[in-house]
Design a protein around this ligand. Structure first.
Ligand code: GSH
Length: 213
């Protein structure tokens, strides 16, 4: 059986999604750190793994995958994780929730994008924080609105964690990191509390993967 390897970075939200899903699936894996803060994602070794120069990359079942949403679908299809509702209409709405974060919000807050914005503004960490807050808060307010289409019992779309929860929790970690307040978003806060208490989400949390200083 081929070893499962996640090319990972503790603070990467897309990698955090994969850690959650691997733990949900109960798949033992090796985490190989690719330190974005040291530019390791731009090295020839990593670009050979992923020509996009991004993390995560997942080696599993003898295959190498890039793009967290594609990997999540693969795990769902091969490990029966039930990440999406059965009914096609509800399924499309659940995907829309996940994509609101993974496709629309996450890319503008990516390290390379935010760093470029900060450099063009000629600023330091305060400019970076301004950029993050400018996009994260409206993105999460919109997510709260989209959640109204579902009953949170207690997860985004029902009683088991799904694709939307997997995308939400890493984004909320970023919100905290960049001092974005979400206390006034009750649906989102309820989901976050439920996910935080779930062992797979707890095991995947960046605090568990932060390298020793
Ligand atoms: N759509 C990709 C996004 C991957 C991505 O943006 N990864 C970030 C970390 S969360 C990264 O590697 N950033 C490096 C950079 O911005 O230079 C996925 O879902 O896998």
């Amino acid at each position: 059986m081929a070893e499962t390897v996640l090319f990972d970075y503790w603070r990467s939200s897309a990698a955090y999604r994969m850690r959650i899903a691997l733990h949900l699936a109960g798949i033992a894996y090796t985490s190989v750190p690719v330190d974005l803060s040291k530019g390791e994602h731009r090295t020839p070794d990593h670009v050979a793994r992923n020509p996009q120069g991004l993390v995560p990359v997942l080696d599993i079942d003898g295959h190498r995958f890039t793009q967290s949403l594609a990997m999540l679908e693969y795990l769902d299809e091969t490990r029966g994780l039930n990440l999406l509702p059965e009914d096609p209409v509800t399924r499309a709405h659940a995907r829309a929730l996940a994509y609101a974060i993974a496709v629309d919000l996450h890319p503008v807050c990516n390290l390379s994008v935010a760093t470029q914005a900060r450099e063009m503004a000629g600023g330091g960490q305060d400019k970076m924080e301004f950029w993050m807050q400018r996009f994260i808060r409206p993105g999460l307010v919109a997510f709260e609105g989209l959640l109204a289409g579902f009953t949170q019992a207690p997860y985004c779309c029902g009683d088991t964690p799904g694709l939307a929860d997997i995308c939400l929790m890493p984004q909320l970690y970023n919100a905290t990191r960049w001092r974005v307040n979400t206390d006034d978003l009750p649906r989102l806060s309820g989901v976050a509390a439920a996910c935080a208490a779930h062992p797979a989400f707890a095991a995947a949390h960046p605090d568990k993967w932060q390298p020793a200083a």
